[in-house]
Design a protein around this ligand. Structure first.
Ligand SMILES: Cc1ncc(C[n+]2csc(CCOP(=O)(O)OP(=O)(O)O)c2C)c(N)n1
Length: 271
């Protein structure tokens, strides 16, 4: 990735974060930390990796605002659409609805289903012999759902190397730390045993994600990237704290967080 591309991704991620923060504030809604956790992963998947015909499934549908904001960045949703987030009769509901918006063919948010959807799309693409890649972003807490592991078995069985699974490994879920609620470690070993090409990356760092992308290129296995992230990344008061899951932002918190992510952006562009 050259400097221009890096700067472009940083700028897009910053715009996406600014937009979804204002959406959450206007709606007085929670899940702010969940979206801050996966903002760079989504940005990278869409603008750094995907081709036009590829599919992206945000399985952690509770971070819907990050997906809607991404679609606005892409020009698929307008700023007027964005203003309807959470309102009566909107398509931009708290969790992504099926088939109402381009690039969102399936509803997600009932955790544990996204990887199965990706597996089905992957098999369809393989049977049709097209070059589509299917990207799926799950959270880590949702891997507690057994259906995720059924999907993993299916992906191996059908050798769906066109599936790219990104795990938002922030180590927190709704009410506690993942390892206290339902131990996932040694996660990489488990995923290897299920037949994946297992990679790790810093899920907030585009250069690290780009290295994983390179390592995925010639794999004959489906790739999973464990993206190490911080829940609430950039919201200093609540970073890596369980409260950033459900709490909406108070007025002064919103002002602070906007400043914090702007400082973070300015520093990253200079580096
Ligand atoms: C099947 C199902 N059970 C429960 C919930 C309620 N819920 C919403 S988010 C969440 C926990 C989220 O933690 P994690 O999955 O790790 O997501 P992240 O930390 O990345 O936001 C839960 C239990 C749900 N959406 N779906």
């Amino acid at each position: 990735m050259n400097n221009e591309q890096h700067k472009d991704l940083l700028t897009k991620a910053f715009n996406i974060k600014k937009r979804f923060l204002s959406m959450y504030k206007a709606a007085n809604a929670g899940h702010v930390g969940c979206s801050l956790s996966c903002a760079e992963m989504l940005t990278f998947a869409r603008f750094g990796w995907m081709k036009e015909e590829d599919e992206i499934i945000l399985s952690k549908g509770h971070a819907a605002a990050s997906l809607y904001s991404l679609l606005a960045e892409e020009g698929i949703l307008s700023e007027a659409d964005i203003e309807t987030f959470y309102k009566n009769d909107t398509y931009l509901a708290a969790h992504p609805p099926a088939n109402k918006i381009r690039r969102i063919p399936f509803a997600t948010g009932s955790l544990g289903h996204g990887l199965s959807i990706a597996a089905g799309l992957g098999l369809a693409a393989k049977l049709k012999k097209n070059n589509k890649q299917i990207f799926c972003i799950t959270s880590d807490g949702e891997i507690n759902e057994g259906s995720t592991w059924e999907a993993a078995l299916f992906i191996r069985q059908h050798q769906l190397k066109n599936v790219v699974w990104l795990i938002d490994r922030n180590r927190l879920q709704g009410y506690g730390r993942t390892e206290d609620v339902m131990q996932l470690e040694p996660l990489a070993d488990k995923l290897k045993a299920f037949g994946f090409n297992v990679l790790e990356a810093d899920g907030h760092d585009f250069k690290s994600l780009a290295l994983a992308q390179l390592a995925a290129r010639n794999s004959q296995l489906a790739t999973v990237i464990i993206c190490n992230t911080t829940k609430g990344n950039g919201w200093k008061e609540y970073e890596d704290k369980v409260d950033c899951h459900y709490l909406p932002m108070k007025d002064e918190q919103y002002e602070t967080i906007k400043t914090e992510i702007e400082i973070q952006f300015n520093q990253s562009v200079i580096l």
